[in-house]
Write a protein that binds this ligand. Structure first.
Ligand SMILES: Nc1ncnc2c1ncn2[C@@H]1O[C@H](COP(=O)(O)OP(=O)(O)OP(=O)(O)O)[C@@H](O)[C@H]1O
Ligand SMILES: [Mg+2]
Length: 460
């Protein structure tokens, strides 16, 4: 497994590498430029000497040329001279035999040309080798050479100095870079410290986005948004578990009390039977609540829709109206369907969603009034409404009607159910990509389900 390096280490290594490479390249450039200048200087010096030799040879008596040359050039130990007149007589020579031997193999130039010669012993020389015509018509063959090793000591010192400077600068910039990187990343560490403080019990805390640099501000804001959603969901979950415990406790307490009372004294068989029947009723309700909760959890889970099929809603509604017809008759209600519509969805789930609305409507409708289910299809949407006349639901509880365990106000609108029917309906509709709403007023209560006729994308 590759070692995981921190951002600070990565940046520091990068910084150090870049600094070292740049400084090394700069050092090499400076060194090469200095070396080039020194060689150029050497050649300029040789060229000056060529001019001087021409002057010395031309001025004065021809017989004293050698003496004049020796006087003028004798104190240049760095330069090797070998000057021969047109008869091949050496006028002035300080050149080594090896250089002279090499010169014999090289033709002399007619104009000044710079040469680099490598001799048999491996030494490298900067050389001018030329035939100089003089004013009196005679010619000189002039050989001038400077050993390249003349600047070796200086260049070696220069190299050392450059190497030390580069290493020191690279080290200093790495340390400085490391310090700057760590300092720059401090807000990130502060953010992570803050995030560590946030626990389930302290979900109301937020990360301080204002103090963070611009790059981190957005991250902090995004995380804060996520925290807000988590806090909301967590509160809902806490409330739900509280409600759930309450819902389950009541029937269990009821049964326990009844059983304890009956067991306190010997009773008749009828009394036992009655208690058992009452317990069975409570257990029946409990089982219903638990199975509703399970269904709700499944409907709310991602991918709740196992498959979609073509569902003719009028068929679903008609079968439901038939199912509820006896109950409606009992309550003197008229059941009616208007319109038709079809969707791509799950038949059983849609059946249950509409059944929940119908059972509520039948329960809360005023006797002698109609309960109407309307189906409409327009603009790629399918609209299902269930309307019943009855006492209006107060506006402040309307938004909470679809919440789990919400059973309306105490009084005549409060039902005996578990308060899960509408929550299940909404979960089913949302699994189909739709929405559920309710309006209530003097004319009655209308629940509306909006479903896309065809799903835009396959359900998740
Ligand atoms: N058509 C309606 N008219 C008036 N109030 C209604 C109507 N439909 C629902 N309600 C109110 O909304 C509450 C929640 O309804 P929901 O169907 O979720 O639960 P429930 O009917 O009480 O129990 P469950 O359906 O789980 O047996 C009901 O208790 C009732 O107070
Ligand atoms: Mg209900």
């Amino acid at each position: 497994m590759r070692p995981r390096l921190s951002i600070a280490t990565r940046l520091t290594v990068l910084f150090a590498t870049v600094a070292t490479v740049v400084l090394a390249a700069l050092g090499v450039a400076i060194y090469l430029s200095a070396r080039h200048d020194l060689v150029a200087q050497d050649f300029t010096e040789l060229e000056n000497k060529v001019a001087l030799i021409a002057d010395l040879a031309a001025g004065g008596a021809a017989g004293q040329r050698a003496q004049r040359l020796a006087e003028a050039l004798g104190h240049h130990p760095d330069i090797e001279f070998h000057i021969i007149d047109e008869h091949g007589t050496p006028l002035f020579s300080t050149a080594s035999p090896l250089l002279r031997k090499h010169a014999r193999t090289q033709p002399a130039d007619l104009a000044v040309r710079r040469h680099d010669w490598t001799l048999a012993d491996g030494s490298c020389l900067h050389v001018l080798h030329l035939r100089q015509p003089l004013a009196d018509g005679s010619t000189l063959t002039t050989l001038l050479a400077i050993d390249d090793a003349r600047h070796a000591a200086f260049l070696q010192r220069f190299r050392h100095l450059l190497a030390i400077a580069i290493v020191t600068a690279a080290l200093a910039s790495s340390l400085l870079g490391g310090y700057v990187v760590r300092r720059t990343l401090r807000p990130l560490r502060a953010l992570s410290d803050e995030a560590r403080q946030i626990t389930a019990g302290r979900l109301q805390r937020r990360l301080s986005a204002d103090a963070a640099p611009a790059e981190l501000e957005q991250l902090a804001q995004t995380l804060n948004g996520m925290l807000a959603r988590l806090q909301q969901d967590f509160a809902r979950l806490t409330e739900f578990s509280g409600d759930l415990a309450h819902e389950l406790r009541t029937p269990i307490t009821n049964m326990l009390t009844q059983v304890q009372v009956v067991l306190a004294h010997p009773r008749s068989n009828d009394a036992y039977r009655e208690t058992l029947a009452s317990c069975a009723e409570e257990l029946q309700r409990l089982a219903q609540t638990v199975s509703d909760l399970l269904y709700l959890a499944q409907a709310e889970a991602p991918g709740a829709l196992p498959s979609r099929e073509h569902v003719a809603l009028e068929d679903v509604v008609d079968s439901l109206l038939e199912f509820y017809s006896l109950l409606a008759e009992d309550r003197q209600l008229q059941l009616r369907r208007e319109g038709r519509a079809s969707v791509q969805g799950n038949r059983l789930m849609l059946h249950r969603a509409i059944a929940n609305l119908l059972s509520n409507a039948l329960q809360h409708a005023t006797a002698g009034t109609p309960v109407v289910v309307t189906l409409e299809e327009a603009a790629g949407q399918c609209r299902i409404t269930v309307h019943n006349s009855g006492t209006a639901i107060s506006a402040d509880i309307l938004p909470r009607l679809f919440d789990r365990f919400h059973r309306g106000e105490r009084g005549h609108t409060r039902s005996d159910g578990a308060g899960l029917g509408l929550a299940i309906t909404r979960a089913i509709v949302q699994a189909h990509g739709g929405s559920a709403t309710v309006t209530s007023g003097a004319t009655g209560t209308t629940f509306e389900l909006l479903l896309p006729s065809r799903p835009a994308t396959p359900s998740a």
